[in-house]
Design a protein around this ligand. Structure first.
Ligand code: UDX
Ligand code: UDX
Length: 430
């Protein structure tokens, strides 16, 4: 099948490559010339394990190409995936400007029967609106079939999640769209759930909201464990052995960030509010997550008379390991607080490079973690990159000024670290 992905971001690029890998003929369209130029050369412009290799192989098999020519691309494809961004507006609702623009663009260039697949995370009820936006703009009489096909891939694990998803959700009120979707996904082995477009939209938000709820629950338990002197990791393990609970997304730490959970939780709260069905539980989930950073920072502050002039090293800028994405990363609010306390801040991250703005604020970035910790008064772990576990902490012990570690991801082995004469502080773990 000939497929066009509109929006070559994390989701569009990953799914485009994966559908090409499944044997389909795929084109990627994006308004950003640089992204398309880079992808056309087979150069992935963001960090995602394994995707660079698949990109090059699918281009090599002439099953994957890229363009900025919307008219030509839309006219020559009858299956169009929408994967443009749906960032948050000031009020927390999702910004549908790009989705609407793309829908109107499809309408303008529509020249034959089309199947439109919404893959961007869009507020409940949007998929059917997309069809209206297309038809309002179009003079072509041929039918438009539309489906909602939410994406569940995690950054840093995108390729595996796209190739081997736990499930595929197909939401449509259009028989032909449903038939096309089943054909598109026929080589996938996982369960395919067919439902309405609105139910598919709701499944996406409810899934992210529930995962965020698990994280805020374990973070609240972690604070109680700090007071009780109980090890939250044992609590997570004990809970997770119950199949009804499951072991995943019970890692206590600095809370959730990224391009999805924060914005999707906000959006779902807004939608529920608009229908006078406020979601009290989710409101608390968001509040707990917002406070987790401050809770951790208070621990650091308490361990010093003042942070003024102290040399604080921050390990990790990405919102999670295995990605260079810093959207809603907790590292930056922490750096802001350190600057307010007039501390001198040094940072390290295996793949993220600090932007000029932060460097002009006096933040020093090191490419070698051992150089970063030299003469430090405290080390803060904000992103659980495996590299930090593998560090020679005995060597670090001899480089620091003060042997003090604040592990915001509970990733180090507390007893081993303490055996090296470090003070170790985790969250619900010490
Ligand atoms: C996107 C959505 O943001 C998210 O809600 C959904 O869950 C998955 O798809 P992501 O791939 O991470 O997430 O978005 P982003 O990396 O921002 O990529 C969007 C791409 O669309 C960008 O490359 C942007 O240049 C492109 N775009 C945006 C267009 O091509 N046309 C537009 O009009 C707007
Ligand atoms: C998420 C969803 O998992 C994915 O299905 C959806 O398509 C997009 O949003 P992503 O944001 O890439 O994916 O990352 P994820 O692995 O879900 O982590 C989200 C945040 O939660 C990160 O900040 C991570 O550090 C945090 N997290 C995750 C925890 O604090 N504890 C956990 O146990 C798991």
């Amino acid at each position: 099948m000939k497929i066009l992905f509109i929006g070559m971001g994390y989701v569009g690029t990953t799914m485009g490559a994966v559908f090409a890998n499944a044997g389909h003929e795929v084109s990627g369209l994006d308004i950003n010339q640089e992204k398309i130029a880079s992808l056309t050369k087979g150069e992935l412009y963001f960090y995602e394990p394994g995707l660079q290799e698949m990109l090059v192989s699918q281009i090599g098999h002439e099953r994957l190409s890229f363009t900025t020519d919307a008219k030509e691309a839309i006219e020559n494809h009858d299956i169009l995936f929408i994967t443009v961004g749906t960032p948050s507006l000031e009020d927390g609702n999702a910004d549908l400007t790009y989705v609407k623009k793309v829908a109107q663009m499809i309408g303008r260039y529509k020249n034959m029967e089309k199947t439109i697949v919404v893959k961007s995370t869009v507020p409940i009820g949007t998929t059917n609106k997309v069809k209206e936006w297309i038809n309002e703009e179009s003079t072509d009489p041929n039918p438009v079939h539309i489906a909602m096909n939410p994406e569940f891939l995690r950054e840093g694990n995108a390729l595996q999640d796209a190739l081997y998803p736990d499930r595929i959700i197909i939401g449509s009120d259009d028989e032909e769209a449903l038939e096309t979707m089943h054909k598109l996904y026929q080589s996938w082995k996982c369960p395919i759930l067919q439902t309405t477009a609105m139910a598919a939209e709701t499944i996406k938000y409810a899934s992210n909201a529930f995962l965020a709820t698990k994280i805020s629950f374990i973070n609240e338990m972690a604070k109680l464990c700090d007071t009780l002197g109980v090890n939250i990791k044992d609590v997570s393990k004990g809970m997770g052995l119950d199949e009804r609970i499951g072991p995943h997304f019970l890692e206590a730490g600095l809370g959730y960030g990224g391009s999805c959970f924060p914005k999707d939780v906000k959006e779902l709260l807004g939608t529920a509010e608009a229908y006078q069905r406020p979601l009290g539980l989710l409101k608390e989930v968001e509040k707990i997550n917002k406070n987790q950073c401050t809770y951790f920072f208070e621990k650091l502050k308490k361990s010093f008379d003042t942070l003024e002039g102290k040399r604080i090293v921050l390990f990790g800028l990405a919102f999670k390991p295995h990605t260079d994405d810093t959207r809603e990363s907790v590292s930056f609010p922490i750096i802001d607080q350190l600057l307010k306390e007039k501390a001198s801040v040094a940072v390290h991250d295996p793949v993220v490079h600090l932007s000029k703005d932060w460097i002009t604020k006096g933040i020093k970035q090191y490419s070698d973690p051992y150089d970063a910790v030299e003469g430090s008064d405290a080390i803060l772990i904000c992103t659980d990159w495996p590299q930090y576990q593998e560090l020679d902490w005995e060597r670090v012990r001899h480089l620091v000024n003060e042997p003090s570690i604040f592990d915001g991801r509970n990733m180090l082995e507390a007893n081993q670290i303490k055996a090296l004469q470090f003070q170790y502080t985790g969250i619900g773990y010490s």
